[in-house]
Design a protein around this ligand. Sequence first.
Ligand SMILES: Cc1cc2nc3c(=O)[nH]c(=O)nc-3n(C[C@H](O)[C@H](O)[C@H](O)COP(=O)(O)OP(=O)(O)OC[C@H]3O[C@@H](n4cnc5c(N)ncnc54)[C@H](O)[C@@H]3O)c2cc1C
Length: 491
Amino acid sequence: MKKVLIIGAGLAGCYLAARLQNDCEVTIITKGERAESDSMLAQGGIAAALDPGDSPRQHAQDTLAAGQYHNSIAAVEQLVTAGPELLAQLIRQGMQFDHDEQGQLDFGLEGAHSYHRILHADGDQTGAALTSFVQQQLNNVTWLTQTNVLQLVVEHHRCRGVLVRKTGQATTTIINGDAVILATGGLGNLYPYTTNDDTVTGDGFALAMRAKVALADMAYVQFHPTLLMIDHQCYGLITEAIRGAGARLVDENNQRIMATVPHHDLAPRDVVARQLTKWQAAGHQLFLDISDVPNFEQHFIGVTANLDHHHIPFRETNRIPVQPGAHFMMGGLRADLNGQTSLPGLFAIGEVACNGVHGANRLASNSLLDCLVSAAKAGETITQTTPLTATNLTTTDALTSEQSRPMAVNLPSLAELQQQAWANIGIVRQPAKLQAFINWLAQYHLAELVPAQLTDAQLTIVNLGLCAELIAKAALAEPQNLGANYLVKES
Ligand SMILES: Cc1cc2nc3c(=O)[nH]c(=O)nc-3n(C[C@H](O)[C@H](O)[C@H](O)COP(=O)(O)OP(=O)(O)OC[C@H]3O[C@@H](n4cnc5c(N)ncnc54)[C@H](O)[C@@H]3O)c2cc1C
């Protein structure tokens, strides 16, 4: 049986595991616990043309327009046509999405969608409902939790396995496999304001960079317009579905911030995030006015709980204090429609992959769908075409088992790196600042540091620093402003 190593316990990794568990020997390796992933945090929902009045063609058009036509048309076609069938399958298996009073699937609306096509579950807890549903189907996989993948093992130009280390421990072990699948998510924690889970720290991009695997579109980081903001700290996402249900962005004087912008509060995320940044730079505060949202507390149970937890008096004021923050990575390991990367034996699925589906700006609620589609396609390829190689390499899992030796290294603190990233590779960028940032990073010689010789905390800083370098260089190299990569000349 083929040995398959899946790195990451989010929707992409778990859905692939569910599809392969009866045909392959599947191990899921994940840094935290099973519930730690961005997938578990997804609020708004999952987009699919399942309503009879909607069509994959219309969904594709919206995806391309939001992505500024930088998307791969073939990847978009695959998403909008394969996605609805996979979702219908999950529904047949028992996945419960929310229904309206007539008993029909209740489709929500989000920014840049021309049709109500967002399925949601438990109100605003879609990601947790869907990912848990998929995880419950896993009955024939080996779980390695609290296990950090430090490096890809490459032999004869083929990925043969991964080097891992248990959280907080010093011993490293090599685990070999016939196929290695990166499903490690994005890099939101590079920035001080983010929606991302603490374990999502750009590791997949850094693993790829060290192994010289091709990356693409690294300039395109999506900043979500509305994170809950209290005393300059962010406390989770305020889903865009609330704007879809009628909320408006306003300042402290109740002036509508998006009034003059095409599509107003439901413009694509890059447009809204830039408008908010402009408003903030002019000294204004940012709020989401929920006066016109019917049954807010019933529909947005998770957001309500978060607001109550932080004592936000939204029932009296009808306002939620917000701030844009890092949310999603459009770029990643260059992958074909089957998730195959430039390195044989290595696949990339979900957010860490760049198959071109999102273009320069992801359409809201398309990424959970991409997790399903990219995992399903990779699964077919792995069962059909991946050769058996692991057994040739060794008959046991552990090839080597070494004590790593932590060393003293000169690194910025995580907070310092995050502040630098926010200032230089954030929502609005400047060429001179990008260059200065690249120079600042160069003093740390990040690419020369050996993962096994770093502590977990050091490795996080190094991996995020490598991601920062990739983003800054890619941003400078892009020939024009497009979607989420927006450069202005120095003022
Ligand atoms: C708050 C929030 C709300 C969102 N809402 C929506 C939404 O409504 N609709 C939508 O479509 N998208 C939404 N998104 C985006 C979407 O959730 C993600 O893009 C998607 O879930 C990514 O899934 P994934 O499986 O690729 O990665 P993730 O779900 O992020 O999982 C990555 C996994 O890899 C593990 N990992 C990382 N590095 C290592 C390592 N070195 N070794 C071992 N394991 C590692 C992590 O611990 C984690 O388990 C939202 C994102 C956030 C953060």
